[in-house]
Design a protein around this ligand. Structure first.
Ligand SMILES: *[C@@H]1O[C@H](CO)[C@@H](O)[C@H](O)[C@H]1NC(C)=O
Ligand SMILES: *[C@@H]1O[C@H](CO)[C@@H](O)[C@H](O)[C@H]1NC(C)=O
Ligand SMILES: *[C@@H]1O[C@H](CO)[C@@H](O)[C@H](O)[C@H]1NC(C)=O
Length: 403
């Protein structure tokens, strides 16, 4: 949980640092994509809408530690291809993963550049410091530091290979990263970059879709270049995306258990981040939301930004969060986080206190896995919009009709 809460933030921080810092980073150049093979997973052939016949399905695993945390899957890097497991993170834009050069990374199956005939090792080393101040378990300044090296190689996703993709290999990481069951992060930001840009240049529709299910449901999937309408109910509702790199949608109101307040009625730009497990709002917004749930939810002193209450009091506490957005056709719609998401789990340093899902972080308003796992989501890069429809498992009412 702790690395999860922090990770989306890490990814956010990393994206700006990585893209800004390296001066001799490989320069993006027009790439010819090599279509080595095309894998169309069973079931999609007829299920996927006509244009998405070539869509690439990537199965995802759920990092589960008592609650759903993050979804990760495999890409391959190099020639011959080496499997690299990554979080497909809509909160960042670059690709970085641990290499054998990293002696402090305890993950297995690290990428070995010396075994790839197409790997070009860059010389630019960048140190990324992360001081998020939120999370479960100690998150103190400089706990999260990655040192990365620039490079390029062939990246293969779902059997489709794209050459000369800019990437970063992690050559040093602090111990907080060791809990992660994946090797790295694949940025899936709102501007096409990396292998995604290469795939769209090769003719794949410029969008991807997430089916981020709870652990108990399984079969989570990232579908690149398509929409699988067997995985959601009703029609997708689309809203304009306003982020420049991040995915952001304007929200007019937040309600908790059907009630709102003047603070919660303010409009705000909400970031959608598949690399973060929970939700983050300004302190004022966070406390206004908690006030509508229970007066016993208090800041957890050992973890700035985190809140909790005695675990004995948390189950059954109503905490339905409706975040209101406006569709492209001008109608309001809610994305709803059900009460079952309130309990993130016990704090490691105080197991009788359970962390609650909203973390206070001034200057950032962000939703992650606890919302995304209840909806099928379409991240439409080409049209700069996001689409949502309830997953099969969602029990909550949802307006119908096209957005
Ligand atoms: C990723 O690849 C590894 C090794 O081939 C495999 O064990 C694992 O199941 C794959 N993960 C997913 C989510 O497909
Ligand atoms: C790496 O370290 C973490 C934290 O100590 C541990 O949970 C994990 O199992 C270790 N992974 C491996 C592959 O040794
Ligand atoms: C959104 O949720 C609020 C609070 O529960 C409710 O009052 C409102 O009617 C909902 N809006 C829509 C369009 O469903």
């Amino acid at each position: 949980m702790l690395s999860t809460v922090a990770l989306g933030l890490l990814a956010l921080a990393a994206s700006s640092e990585v893209t800004a810092a390296p001066s001799d980073a490989p320069v993006a150049k027009p790439q010819k994509i090599t279509l080595q093979s095309r894998v169309t997973p069973k079931g999609h052939v007829t299920a996927v809408r006509a244009k998405a016949a070539q869509a690439i399905g990537v199965p995802l695993d759920d990092f589960f530690l008592g609650t759903d945390l993050q979804w990760f899957g495999n890409i391959s890097v190099g020639t011959p291809p080496q499997t690299v497991s990554v979080v497909f993170d809509t909160g960042s834009q670059t690709l970085e993963f641990a290499s054998t050069e990293c002696t402090t990374c305890n993950q297995t199956n690290k990428f070995d550049g010396s075994k790839s005939s197409t790997y070009v090792r860059g010389n630019r080393i960048t140190t990324l410091d992360f001081a998020t101040g939120v999370g479960v378990d100690p998150v103190v300044n400089n706990d999260y530091v990655l040192t990365v090296r620039s490079g390029t190689d062939t990246v293969t996703v779902g059997g489709v290979a794209a050459k000369d993709i800019s990437l970063f290999t992690i050559i040093k990481q602090t111990p907080k990263f060791n809990i992660d069951p994946f090797l790295g992060i694949q940025g899936m930001g709102s501007q096409a970059e990396g292998f995604f840009a290469a795939l769209t240049r090769a003719g794949l529709p410029s969008l991807f879709s997430y089916f981020l299910t709870p652990h108990t449901v399984g079969n989570a999937e990232l579908l690149i270049g398509g929409i699988d309408d067997t995985k959601f109910k009703g029609d997708l509702i689309y809203a304009n995306q306003q982020g420049d790199g991040d995915w952001e949608v304007e929200s007019s109101q937040i309600s908790v258990n059907g009630k709102t307040t003047s603070v919660l009625k303010q409009s705000r730009s909400v970031i959608f981040d598949s690399g973060t497990s929970n939700i983050l709002f300004d302190t004022q917004t966070t406390e206004a939301m908690y006030a509508l749930i229970s007066p016993n939810i208090k800041p957890f002193a050992a973890e700035p930004g985190a809140y909790g209450l005695p675990c004995s009091e948390i189950d059954g506490l109503p905490a339905t969060i409706d975040i209101t957005f406006t569709s492209q056709s001008g109608t309001p719609f809610n994305l709803t986080i059900p009460s079952s998401e309130l309990n993130v789990g016990p704090f490691a340093s105080d197991p009788s206190t359970c962390q609650t899902l909203i973390n206070a972080f001034d200057g950032l308003e962000l939703v992650g896995g606890s919302l995304l796992k209840h909806y099928y989501s379409v991240w439409d890069v080409g049209n700069q919009r996001m689409g949502f429809a309830p997953n099969g498992e969602s029990l909550l009412s949802y307006p119908r009709g096209r957005g």
